[in-house]
Structure formats: C-alpha cells, structure tokens
Design a protein around this ligand. Structure first.
Ligand SMILES: Nc1ncnc2c1ncn2[C@@H]1O[C@H](COP(=O)(O)OP(=O)(O)OP(=O)(O)O)[C@@H](O)[C@H]1O
Ligand SMILES: [Mg+2]
Length: 277
C-alpha cells in the first residue's frame, strides 16, 4: 500500500511587506451647538480613508497618488503607526503599526516633505548623530551610510549648518538621509520633491531610483509631480475620497494616452478601471 502525502491546496505565498485590508480612518470632531448654558456636543464624522486594500511586495516602488484631501497622508500615518485605524487589517513588515510602533520604527523610514523631522536648531550632522543613538546604528555602518549619503546627496557644504538655515532643497536632502541612516526595509516618502527646483528634483529622483535598485528598499511615494511618477513608479495606486480608483502598472495606465491626461482624469474622480470586480 502506498501512502500519499497530501499537498496543501495552495502554497502559502510570502506575506507582502505592506498589507492593508479594508483599511479605514474616520475622524470624529465634536462641535458645540446651542447657545450659552444649553450648549450640547455634537460629533461630526469624516471618513478620510474608506476601506483600502493594498499589497506591496518587498522591493517594489509604488506611486501612491490622488488629489488633495484624497487620504494619502492619512494612509501613510497609519502605516507608520502615528494614527490608529478605525477598522481594517494592517501589517507592515509583519508588525501591527499601531501596537508595535517602536519595533516597526527600526524597519521603516519616513519623509514628510511638508515638515521636517530634523532638530531645527542643531547642525545637520548633530541631528544625524542623535539618530544614530536613537536607532542604535552600529558605528561602522553609520559612518559608511553617512559617507554614502553625503556624497550621493551632496550634503557636504551644509552639514555644519543649523537646519533652520537650510534652503528647502538642502533640508529635504537632509530629511531623506535622516530617514535612511538606519537601513530601513521600507521608506514612505510623502511629497519628497515638493517645492524643489528642476535640478534638485532630478537628483532626488535619480537617488531614489538608485536606492531602490541597489538595496531593494521598498518605497511608497506620494507626489503630485507627473515626472516623478513617470521616472520612478512601475506601479501606481490612485485614491480618491479615501478609495482606490486604480491599482496597476504605469504602462497600462498610459497605454493609449499621455500620463498627464490620465492623471488629470484620475484626479477629477473618474475611475479608469472598475475595481469592484
Ligand atoms: N486630524 C484630522 N482631523 C480631521 N480631518 C482630517 C485630519 N487629518 C486629515 N483630515 C482630513 O482627511 C482628508 C484626507 O487628508 P490627507 O491629508 O490624508 O489628504 P492627502 O491625500 O494627503 O492630500 P494632499 O495631497 O493635499 O496632501 C482631508 O479631507 C483632511 O481634511
Ligand atoms: Mg498629503
């Protein structure tokens, strides 16, 4: 008699490095109604992220795009653990961001283009030294990374200057370095090219492309710049009113029209692909 060893019906695939299912964020704000002593509190709910499904494999560089107020930054804040989802499943590098924020911090890097995470009054290099301590980056690795980013992002001329004295482009390059010194597996970049001049934009783009290719770092990039998407993203996820309106390849997106037209349509809220199937 022969014994057959049953195979599992499906071979479990490796979990994506970013996994969101039905991710939702509802902001509640209380507003006062009524006059004087008869004031009552009424709550108004606003759904900023409305049931997003997202799977990103290790090493992908994904463009996360959509019009102002679509819910992009809110999503990124949930992915970092800054904001707690109202509902849904969320796992990043195997961690639940809101519950394991400190452990996750070692695996992720974040750049919010609109805001610096550096110490305003400290010279740039002192901010980096503090980050080395915070993340407990081994000295040799820290020095090698610092030397690499100083060269690649041309930080040398302003490493000794306080952050508050840096131009926007210089500060952004400092912020990008700060997000990468601890070799994160995933980097979220929320508008890293905002306000940069053409040459700086170009060098940031080339830098990110090289980082992704050389180290396999997974990158989720938010931008309103079509050239960033064109240069960097093979995959695009578009959202509007907190919902995914497109998730697919860049090539498919611009198969029969130029990218600018397609992006404009996406921003006007026209779903190009039926995602309900
Ligand atoms: N803390 C908050 N409380 C209440 N509403 C909020 C809060 N944060 C964001 N929102 C609202 O949620 C919606 C999504 O905001 P979010 O910042 O995620 O948009 P975005 O896609 O990043 O837009 P932009 O392209 O302008 O950066 C907006 O309508 C915003 O006003
Ligand atoms: Mg935003």
């Amino acid at each position: 008699m022969t014994t057959t060893i049953p195979y599992p019906a499906t071979v479990p695939a490796a979990e994506p490095i970013i996994l969101a299912e039905g991710l939702t964020k509802i902001f509640s704000s209380s507003k006062r109604t009524g006059r004087f002593r008869r004031r009552e509190h009424e709550t108004a709910d606003f759904t900023a992220v409305d049931g997003i499904d997202l799977r990103v494999a290790e090493g992908e560089l994904v463009g996360y795009i959509g019009p102002n107020g679509a819910g992009k930054s809110t999503t990124i804040k949930m992915l970092t653990g800054i904001l707690t989802p109202t509902s849904g499943v969320l796992r990043v590098a195997g961690h639940e961001p809101q519950r394991e924020r400190v452990r996750l911090a070692r695996r992720i890097g974040v750049v919010f283009g609109q805001r610096t995470t550096l110490w305003w009054d400290l010279p740039l290099k002192d901010s980096f030294a503090l980050l080395q301590r915070l993340y407990k980056i081994p000295r040799e690795r820290y020095l090698a990374n610092l030397a690499h980013y100083t060269e690649a992002l041309d930080l040398g001329p302003f490493l000794d200057r306080p952050v508050r004295q840096l131009s926007l482009g210089q500060r952004m390059r400092g912020d990008i370095t700060a997000a990468l010194l601890h070799d994160p597996a995933i980097v979220y970049l929320d508008e890293p090219t905002i306000g940069l001049d053409i040459v700086s934009k170009h060098s940031v783009r080339e830098f990110l492309s090289d980082l992704n290719r050389r180290t396999g770092t997974t990158i989720l990039l938010t931008t309103h710049d079509v050239a960033d998407i064109e240069r960097l993203c093979s995959r695009v996820v578009a959202i509007d009113h907190g919902r995914v309106t497109y998730d697919g390849s860049l090539d498919e997106l611009r198969a029969d029209r130029d990218l600018e037209t397609v992006v404009r349509e996406l921003y006007l809220g026209r779903s190009l692909v039926d995602t309900t199937e």
